[in-house]
Design a binder for this molecule. Structure first.
Ligand code: NCD
Length: 327
């Protein structure tokens, strides 16, 4: 693996290798001193053109726990807000000697473009040899968010297969992904990764929030959350209603917030239908009271806060495998 751009291009062996490495990283995070020397002298740039809380601080924490130097670059406060192009930003980062670039952008395909443009060769003006800059996609438009899907899979494996399920996938597990699938890179990344790991996925959404072509994805489609829950899924992943991507306002996509919650919201009553071992996931940020009630979000079956902690271990694993794993 040279880059981590999309879960669609991850083999089962590579995906399981990341999950297993994350388990080892998580074990080191239980120690009093959490820092490992693994990436000492390496530079990781966090290039965030779109808002983020969890993903940005998670990548920053992961890189620091591996002793890398971290440069945080966000669109606000940089020349990107003066209209500097992705190319000129990339050339600047290259000249600074970045070893890895973690990129989030509203443009689907931005990470792919950085990886294949030839702008980030890693070789400096001083002529040193460099294996090339690793690109990690931290979310590109509505396309992909691979580390989110990997942390979701890691969380599901820990709870539903076993805490020490090294070498194993998610074979036969039933996963429901519910809500604004249309605008969700989290859903797209999960569908492909879950298929690769052997899970059985159902996407649940109103027809207006399912993308054209979803019937060709490796997942079942449903408009009926209650029927999907009655089939006893092992995991239910709630998606945020992404109002910021609904250009002309949400009314083109949702009847009304109340109606959406009534049909597609996870509340206490629906939670009671889940099997006892069933877990509830949400990538955050949550719209409490819209796609998920406070009771469901804070219930013992919710693993939403644990997802955040697992995100650090999974991103440590990804950085380690891309930057040091080959040595
Ligand atoms: C997701 C994202 O940004 O794609 N959040 C995240 O990374 N934790 C999902 C979302 O914004 O709804």
């Amino acid at each position: 693996m040279q880059h981590l751009l999309s879960t669609a291009e991850l083999s089962r062996a590579d995906a399981i290798d990341i999950l297993d490495t994350a388990a080892q990283m998580a074990a080191t995070q239980e120690r009093e001193i959490k820092k490992l020397p693994t990436l000492r002298g390496r530079t990781v740039v966090n290039l965030f053109f779109e808002d983020s809380t969890r993903t940005r601080i998670s990548f920053e924490t992961a890189a620091k726990r591996l002793s890398a130097d971290v440069i945080n670059f966000s669109a606000k406060g940089s020349s990107a807000s003066k209209g500097e192009s992705l190319k000129d930003t990339a050339l600047t980062l290259n000249a600074m000697g970045a070893d890895a670039v973690v990129v989030r952008s509203a443009a689907s395909g931005a990470a792919h473009q950085l990886a294949h443009s030839g702008w980030l060769t890693g070789s400096s003006f001083y002529g040193s040899d460099h294996p090339g800059v690793a690109i990690l996609n931290a979310g590109d438009g509505t396309h992909q968010h691979p580390t989110q899907a990997l942390l979701d899979a890691y969380t599901m494996r820990r709870h539903l297969v076993g805490p020490d399920a090294l070498g194993q996938g998610l074979d036969g597990l039933k996963v429901a992904i519910v809500g604004d699938v249309l605008h969700s890179r989290v859903a797209r990344s999960n569908v492909w990764l879950l298929k690769t790991l052997g899970a059985d996925v159902t996407l649940v959404a109103p027809p207006t929030l399912l993308p054209v072509g979803a019937e060709t994805w490796p997942a079942k489609l449903s408009y009926d959350l209650d029927a999907t829950l009655a089939a006893k899924p092992d995991a239910v992943m709630m998606l945020r209603v992404q109002r910021e991507r609904m250009g002309g306002g949400s009314s083109a996509f949702l009847p009304s917030a109340q109606e959406y919650t009534r049909l597609y919201g996870l509340d206490r009553k629906r939670l009671e239908v889940l099997p006892k071992h069933g877990i509830v996931l949400h990538p955050g940020p949550m719209n409490r009271g819209l796609e998920i009630s406070a009771e469901a979000a804070d219930s013992p079956q919710s693993v939403i806060v644990e997802q955040v902690a697992n995100g650090v271990a999974v991103r440590m694993a990804a950085l380690y495998l891309l930057l040091a794993g080959k040595e």
